[in-house]
Design a protein around this ligand. Structure first.
Ligand code: SAM
Length: 496
């Protein structure tokens, strides 16, 4: 519904934008009239630009980057309000940005947009842009504008990128639950925000935005990266078959916080294993058949889409390692059989340690399980000779030469936990020993191969990969984990 309101055309969209501007001004004590230039990423119908210019009272140089269709809609709307002379549609790379006007830049002409502006605005459009477009925005350093007004979903990795540059994150509140404003008014701290998404290392690496159909816009990493955010959307933005090794060590029972997935019975005339109403054949998915306690349902419902991405992201010769607690291992094994296929199961590794208190009324549980699946049965890379050897248990029973060389590890790995005062200790609560990760990286990758850990914690996979000259991508939703990884991997990069 739209109503006339003193020259402003009002709609619910305008009410939202009024709220955004009001909160920005209240939280930052901003003076819109002092802003000479604005870049807005994704301007929708042009409502925010309209309100901002009205409030400003003058004529800032305002640039909106959007899809060509929305640039046209904005032109119709904004020129009907401010007059045709006040709004420029930038039609090609030769059209300069008009000072003190509203410039509508279709993304195809984005190279025309100035490098800097006083204020950078994006109210949720950036969240909904492709990962490649997000990276482009960050790497053009628009988050380093003196003033910042962003709207972001909960858990959005870009929040970390903006906050590292000295912005404040506030919940929107009841108007839009689970949404946040990321705001800054001056006083930019000079940690380059681009670092939070893995900054380009050389000029050669610096960004260009390619305009492609959405389905083609998944990306491959080109440099080692540490990413802050929920792993699911990040995985979704990655191109197929980019990683030779994926190792994950998810926390127990994370699913409690996630929405429940409906787990189905699938009609399947050919392979259905049970009969239903009217004699129809059904195939029941594992998760629907199981009578797990609720938290296991939730846990597996949380993990399954991530496992599916893991399989998609592996190269044809790639290997997936899932590190789990002994209480979860059998549930996860069935889930992985479903995602990868039983013939892709390679090993169940038992990591045995001997540390901590001992139960008195049962056998003390002193092991973790690592389930190993390959993308292609028989077609996987496995280099037993590259693996660090271990001492024979009874060296007196083999030749001196053999005893000195040590033996190949089996699927039972005796290995200490991270020593409390050892140099690899980061203080991150669930940190796994580098020795375990070194074996995995040595056996299942070659130098230069890409490794992924999307529950990365303190970044143990990254540390092992860096030592062994492999590349890595590490994802974690905890800012503490990301801070630990940055410090840890900066140190390993320096000592390498
Ligand atoms: C058991 S720890 C990993 C420890 C790691 N292997 C190490 O050696 O330090 C699990 C990690 O998963 C992260 N995590 C949990 N849910 C996540 C999600 N949805 N997306 C990304 N990270 C998540 C947690 O923040 C935690 O750091």
């Amino acid at each position: 519904m739209q109503r006339s309101n003193g020259g402003l055309i009002t709609s619910s969209n305008t009410i939202h934008h009024t709220h955004h501007l009001a909160r920005f001004i209240r939280a930052t004590q901003a003076e819109p009239s002092g802003i000479a230039s604005v870049i807005e990423w994704g301007g929708g119908y042009g409502n925010f630009a309209k309100l901002f210019r009205r409030l400003h009272g003058g004529a800032p140089t305002y640039v909106i980057v959007d899809t060509p269709l929305f640039s046209c809609i904005q032109w119709l709307y904004l020129s009907s309000i401010f007059g045709r002379g006040e709004v420029e549609l930038i039609t090609g790379v030769d059209t300069p940005i008009a000072k003190r006007k509203i410039n509508l830049v279709p993304i195809t002409a984005v190279e025309q947009v100035p490098l800097t502006a006083d204020l950078f605005v994006s109210t949720w459009a950036l969240n909904e842009s492709t990962p490649e477009a997000q990276r482009y925005v960050v790497e053009r350093d628009w988050f380093a504008a003196a003033h910042l007004l962003l709207g972001m979903h909960d858990g959005e990795p870009l929040i970390g990128a903006a906050c590292q540059g000295g912005a404040e994150c506030l919940p929107v509140g009841e108007l839009m639950p689970h949404q946040n404003y990321v705001l800054r008014w001056g006083n930019v701290s000079r940690t380059p925000p681009a670092q939070a998404l893995g900054a380009p290392r050389t000029e050669r690496d610096s960004p260009r935005l390619r305009w492609q159909p959405v389905s083609m816009q998944r990306r491959r990493p080109t440099r080692d990266e540490i990413i802050l955010g929920d792993n699911l959307p990040v995985l979704d933005g990655l191109d197929d078959e980019g990683f030779q090794l994926i190792y994950v060590d998810p926390p127990f029972n994370t699913g409690k916080r996630q929405s429940r997935r409906s787990l189905q019975t699938i009609a399947d005339a050919e392979e259905g294993d049970r009969s239903g109403f009217g004699g129809r054949r059904y195939r029941t998915r594992l998760l629907a058949e199981s009578s797990y306690a609720d938290h296991f349902d939730d846990y597996l419902a949380f993990l399954m889409p991530r496992f599916e991405h893991a399989r998609r992201l592996l190269t044809a010769s790639g290997t997936f390692y899932l590190h789990v607690d002994y209480r979860e291992a059998h549930h996860c094994k069935l889930a992985l059989d479903e995602v990868f296929g039983r013939d892709c199961f390679l090993n169940e590794i038992i990591w045995a340690y001997d540390y901590g208190a001992r139960a008195k009324r049962r056998w003390p549980a002193k092991h973790d399980t690592i389930l190993v699946y390959v993308k292609t049965p028989g077609g996987h890379h496995f280099d037993a000779e590259a693996v660090d050897r271990e001492p024979y248990m009874a060296p007196g029973l083999v030749t001196a030469e053999k005893a000195q060389r040590g033996k190949l590890p089996t699927d039972v790995w005796w290995h200490t936990i991270v020593p409390t005062n050892g140099s690899e200790k980061t203080g991150y609560p669930t940190q796994k020993p580098e020795g375990i990760l070194r074996r995995i990286v040595q056996a299942s990758t070659r130098e230069g191969d890409w490794c992924l850990d999307f529950f990365a914690g303190s970044g143990t996979l990254g540390a092992a990969a860096a030592q062994l000259r492999r590349r890595y991508m590490l994802i974690d939703e905890s800012p503490d984990a990301v801070a630990v990884m940055r410090a840890r991997l900066a140190a390993s990069a320096e000592s390498a």
